[in-house]
Design a protein around this ligand. Structure first.
Ligand SMILES: Nc1nc2c(c(=O)[nH]1)N[C@H]1C(S)=C(S)[C@@H](COP(=O)(O)OP(=O)(O)OC[C@H]3O[C@@H](n4cnc5c(=O)[nH]c(N)nc54)[C@H](O)[C@@H]3O)O[C@H]1N2
Ligand SMILES: Nc1nc2c(c(=O)[nH]1)N[C@H]1C(S)=C(S)[C@@H](COP(=O)(O)OP(=O)(O)OC[C@H]3O[C@@H](n4cnc5c(=O)[nH]c(N)nc54)[C@H](O)[C@@H]3O)O[C@H]1N2
Ligand SMILES: [Mo]
Length: 668
């Protein structure tokens, strides 16, 4: 029996350190690493039994070929040689007739590992396939922050320990970022006040000292209203603004006067008195810390909303004080030179780009030139997680679409594949990890041999490259060569020396942060840019989300469930039992519709419908319906939440707008 260290590979801001107990080549126990500075020895319920995922009876163990209708799940095992030869032959034929752009790779963050996440980029660049824009998560939030702060390092989470006022803004901390609670708890013990701003009463809201409920997609107006009151009552840090902020006077003169408490109250649904009190407590706090989640950015106005919230924190002067700051996404990804694996130089100039959010349209558009004739999916499950699911499924059902899925499980997407390839889990392949919620990096070793005949992303890309006749020596490199190159790249990629010995040994390594990094504003002017002359509009201003003009009585919030992660962990019986596809509705709305808890209801809009079990609760605000989790179709009645979501993209960054949709609700 041996205990080995590695890191959690999932798309979560925490990126925990793991201690894996290995017995006879099997993982038998997984625990949080007490020496990992962010994990501090605890794990979420999903990872606490990661061994159940790794050794699940549902793991795919051999390549499979489809023998039944698409979606039927009828497959027969084949060898890797047969599978790779079949894929290569089909691709050669497609390239000959339609050109390489008729092939589309589709992947996301099934693993966040620096190597395996990007393992396919070079192959598809070299083939000349369509390039995928990987925008499904939070590019709008990133753009909004960058508009004001440029490349300034987002504040480290542990800074919050010294704050006296913590804003948990549109972050479902107790589901999606649970280890940050350690830091918030420390601040609270020292007397900090915790305020949560969300669209419904999450567990995080219950944990906070105060919960402020906003109408979906209106946080930009809220930020403007708060700045209006703070300007009027002299609650901003004038000295800080004079020295470090550009454009406050212009905002104050041209934009803020319109955002009176009365108007903002009407837009956001936040009571005028609550608004004033929040402005006062924020303005009077010594060192506010703002943890900004992605929820507020998943709207047509998402980048602008993030931009406005970023401005709000800036005028408090928080950055200048211990404990103050703002964390959107940590810049851990800067630690490595990712181009080592991504090879953007291999992308053919002018090649077609396809936004992953538009998969439904792309696969069903008969006029697209060339039409997509082959889809290669890895590290993602778009039949489950992509918006506008009816279109995605219609596309995947096309007889003339040759679909290959590299997966650990028979997902909703794999069900539509012509060929399925078995994938390793993070315990079976090597990688190196960074986090988007904190500043620790860690190398992950393969701690057990591959389950069945499964192969890692890089190994599969190597096989395909060879079969497609690509001779570049790049494709002959081994996983350990890449890991070594990534570790080496910290020398130039990160501004301070990184402990590469500890990193090589597989220990969690805290990235050293430059002294006074919070005050190094990396913008063209060197100041925080409320006024950004390079943007249209140069001054930020609120505008309504898409759904304000949509039909449908309720905005549908469809955010994460604590038990699963996007559609990952649906393989775990103990996590998928019980209340799934639940719809939360306010008692006033429920009464008006004549509905009660336990009723089976249907949510519907122009794109589709989905069935839920109703839960009447004042956790939901009037006019907002809530359902958590992206569940595999097998657990649903006729479709999951993405039957209702839309392919519309955000104002900047072409990001997803999952929560910017309306539905009507009726009894089944
Ligand atoms: N357990 C678990 N953990 C996860 C995930 C998961 O599915 N399950 N997903 C992972 C991934 S991929 C990501 S990107 C992160 C995302 O994690 P978060 O950053 O927490 O973002 P969201 O999940 O989009 O939503 C967070 C909160 O925003 C709220 N919200 C929605 N719209 C608005 C709005 O207009 N205003 C305000 N103020 N709040 C709003 C939602 O109600 C929700 O409570 O979590 C990761 N971690
Ligand atoms: N309605 C609604 N939809 C959403 C969201 C929402 O909040 N609401 N959240 C959105 C967000 S933020 C995101 S980021 C997306 C994520 O959506 P996806 O990218 O589809 O992520 P997952 O559902 O986690 O699926 C990842 C798949 O990768 C597989 N996998 C894991 N490791 C490996 C590996 O090493 N190799 C290979 N080949 N496969 C592997 C897993 O088995 C899993 O099936 O979902 C989006 N969809
Ligand atoms: Mo995400």
């Amino acid at each position: 029996m041996e205990i080995k260290k590695t890191a959690c590979p999932y798309d979560c801001p925490d990126c925990c350190g793991l201690l894996v107990t290995v017995e006879n080549g099997k993982a038998v126990k997984v625990a949080g690493d007490p020496e990992h500075p962010f994990t501090r020895g605890t794990l979420c319920p999903k990872m606490a039994h990661y061994e159940r995922t790794v050794h699940s009876p549902r793991r795919l163990t051999t390549p499979l070929k489809r023998v039944g209708a698409k979606g039927s799940g009828e497959f027969t095992p084949i060898s890797w040689e047969e599978a790779v030869a079949a894929i290569a032959a089909k691709w050669q034929a497609i390239i000959k007739v339609y050109g390489a752009e008729a092939i589309l790779p589709y992947s996301y963050a099934g693993t966040m590992g620096t190597l395996q996440y990007s393992a396919g980029h070079a192959l598809f660049f070299a083939l000349g396939a369509s390039s995928l824009d990987r925008t499904i998560c939070a590019p709008a939030k990133a753009q909004g922050f960058r508009a004001v702060m440029g490349a300034t390092l987002p504040t480290a989470p542990q800074e919050a320990q010294h704050s006296d006022f913590i804003l948990l803004w549109s972050i479902s901390m107790l589901a999606t970022d649970i280890h940050f609670k350690h830091d918030v708890d420390i601040a609270r013990k020292r007397g900090a006040r915790i305020v949560c701003i969300d669209t419904y009463a999450t567990r995080t809201a219950a944990y906070a000292d105060e919960f402020i409920c906003v109408k979906p997609g209106t946080d930009g107006a809220l930020a403007l209203g708060l700045m209006h009151i703070m300007a009027r009552e002299g609650l901003v840090d004038e000295a800080f603004i004079a020295a470090y902020v550009q454009g406050w006077e212009e905002l104050k003169a041209e934009i803020l006067p319109r955002y009176t408490p009365a108007l903002v109250s009407r837009i956001t649904g936040v009571d005028g008195k609550v608004l004033t009190e929040l402005a006062q407590s924020l303005g009077r706090a010594r060192a506010p810390f703002l943890r900004l989640g992605s929820g507020q950015s998943r709207y047509g106005n998402g980048a602008m909303t993030s931009r406005l919230i970023t401005c709000l924190l800036a005028v408090t002067g928080a950055y200048a004080r211990p404990g103050g700051g703002m964390l959107t996404s940590a810049a851990g990804s800067n630690a490595f030179d990712k181009d080592i694996i991504r090879r953007p130089d291999m992308e053919k100039p002018g090649v077609r780009h396809i936004n992953m959010i538009k998969l439904g349209d792309v696969l069903t558009d008969k006029d697209l030139q060339p039409q997509v004739k082959s889809l290669f999916v890895y590290s993602s499950n778009p039949a489950c997680t992509a918006p506008d699911q009816n279109k995605v499924l219609a596309g995947l059902a096309r007889e003339d679409l040759f679909t290959v899925v590299h997966e650990r499980f028979m997902t909703d997407t794999a069900l539509y594949a012509d060929i399925v390839l078995p994938a390793t889990t993070s315990l079976e392949h090597e990688d190196i990890y960074y986090s988007y919620g904190q500043y620790v990096i860690q190398r992950g070793q393969a701690v057990i041999p591959p389950v069945g005949e499964s192969k890692s992303n890089w190994q599969v890309m190597q096989l395909l490259a060879k079969a497609m006749g690509l001779t570049d020596e790049f494709f002959a490199r081994q996983e350990k060569d890449f890991i070594a190159a990534f570790m080496d790249s910290t020398k130039t990629a990160w501004p301070l020396p990184v402990d590469r010995e500890r990193l090589a040994a597989g220990e969690p390594v805290a990235l050293p942060l430059p002294a006074a990094y919070k005050m190094q504003f990396k913008t063209p002017s060197g100041k925080i840019e409320i006024l950004n002359p390079q943007l249209t509009p140069p001054l930020p201003d609120y505008f309504p989300a898409y759904s304000e003009a949509d039909d449908g009585e309720f905005v549908l919030i469809n955010s994460p469930d604590a038990r699963i992660l996007d559609s990952s962990f649906n393989e775990r019986e103990e996590l998928t039992r019980g209340n799934i596809m639940t719809l939360l509705l306010n008692p006033v709305d429920a009464q008006r519709l004549g509905l009660k808890t336990g009723d089976r209801v249907r949510g519907k809009n122009a794109r589709g419908q989905a069935e839920f079990t109703l839960q009447v609760t004042d956790k939901a605000a009037c006019g907002t319906a809530v359902s958590e989790g992206v569940w595999w179709q097998e657990y649903t009645r006729g479709g999951n939440i993405n039957r209702l979501t839309s392919q519309r993209t955000t104002d900047k960054g072409a990001g997803s707008t999952f929560y910017d949709v309306r539905i009507d609700i009726e009894r089944v």
